[in-house]
Design a protein around this ligand. Structure first.
Ligand SMILES: NC(=O)c1ccc[n+]([C@@H]2O[C@H](COP(=O)([O-])OP(=O)(O)OC[C@H]3O[C@@H](n4cnc5c(N)ncnc54)[C@H](OP(=O)(O)O)[C@@H]3O)[C@@H](O)[C@H]2O)c1
Length: 271
């Protein structure tokens, strides 16, 4: 029997992109899947996609609309979802946005929204699941990025949040061990999702040049790495060779990483 068979997973940001791919991968393995996001029509079509691939018809697939950056909203909606679906075995936090730009072009309003979406959402979700999950143990996965351990041109505000999510997950993993809850953090490189498509609109030329150094992943590939990583209780899940290599180089040859990035930036700026 699959490790994921009959488990219940709550997935925030599960209506598109990486969150949806993880939801589908879990449903294929026999999990009950509950997804959370704001936009109802996207949630509805995601539920149809998930149902189309689920292992058997008796699995539950539901959605709830919630703004995860709002703690009260998360509390109310999670309580309802737990009442209707039980305490989840797995919590996947996938909500996140990025609007790359030169630092001086980022308005305070845009910064504020990004901090609330990326950091508050992760905090609120863990905060409101924990009183329930600590009664039976489970798995929590937060989503950072390769830009959570390497600063990337054009992503000052985003890096601030994604570096933060790695620190948060690291500390949380130590704290929740006593409740038999494992904490992992996902650090994907660029992945072909609606989120990335939106990012590409505002990316400075230098950021595009840096992104060109790494292979674009498909969300299904990332989801596969997530399922394997959670099952192995991995602290950090980095899908693909390029992402893993980036971490090794950043740790052991940080000067080389700076050199490669500066070379890409310089080429664009000299044009
Ligand atoms: N794609 C990449 O290249 C990449 C690389 C590294 C890391 N990541 C990270 O991976 C995660 C998923 O990225 P993605 O590209 O798959 O994103 P995506 O396709 O844009 O999906 C984002 C999901 O989050 C939901 N969401 C956004 N704001 C929300 C809010 N305030 N409350 C509730 N739900 C909200 C969206 O639905 P609604 O808008 O309807 O609410 C959607 O379901 C993010 O944390 C991102 O930073 C992505």
């Amino acid at each position: 029997m699959s490790f994921y068979q009959n488990k219940t997973a709550f997935i925030t940001g599960g209506s598109t992109g990486i969150g949806l791919a993880v939801a589908k991968a879990l449903a294929k393995e026999g999990s009950n899947v509950v997804i959370f996001a704001r936009t109802i029509n996207k949630l509805e079509s995601a539920v149809n996609e998930i149902k189309a691939v689920q292992k058997n018809k008796s699995q539950k697939v539901y959605y709830y609309s919630v703004d995860t950056s709002d703690n009260n909203d998360v509390k109310t909606v999670f309580e309802k979802a737990i009442l209707e679906n039980g305490i989840p075995d797995i919590l996947i936090n996938c909500v996140g946005i990025a609007q790359p730009d030169y630092f001086e072009n980022i308005t305070f309003e845009s910064f504020d929204k990004l901090i609330k979406t990326n950091l508050y959402s992760t905090w609120n979700s863990v905060y409101n699941i924990l009183p329930h999950m600590k009664r039976k143990g489970g798995y929590i996965m937060n989503t950072s990025s390769v830009a959570g351990f390497i600063g990337v041109f054009g992503y000052t505000d985003y890096c601030m949040t994604k570096f933060g999510i790695i620190g948060f997950s690291d500390a949380l993993r130590q704290e929740l061990k006593r409740y038999n809850i494992s904490v992992s953090v996902l650090c994907p490189p660029d992945t072909d999702t609606p989120g990335l498509e939106a990012e590409n609109i505002t990316k400075p030329a230098e950021t595009k040049a840096i992104a060109g150094n790494a292979k674009l992943l498909q969300p299904e590939f990332v989801a596969n790495a997530v399922l394997k990583g959670i099952q192995k209780n991995k602290k950090m899940i980095i899908p693909g060779f390029d992402g893993k290599m980036s971490l090794i180089l950043k740790r052991f040859l940080p000067g080389l990483v700076d050199f490669i990035m500066n070379l890409s930036i310089k080429k664009v700026q000299q044009k």
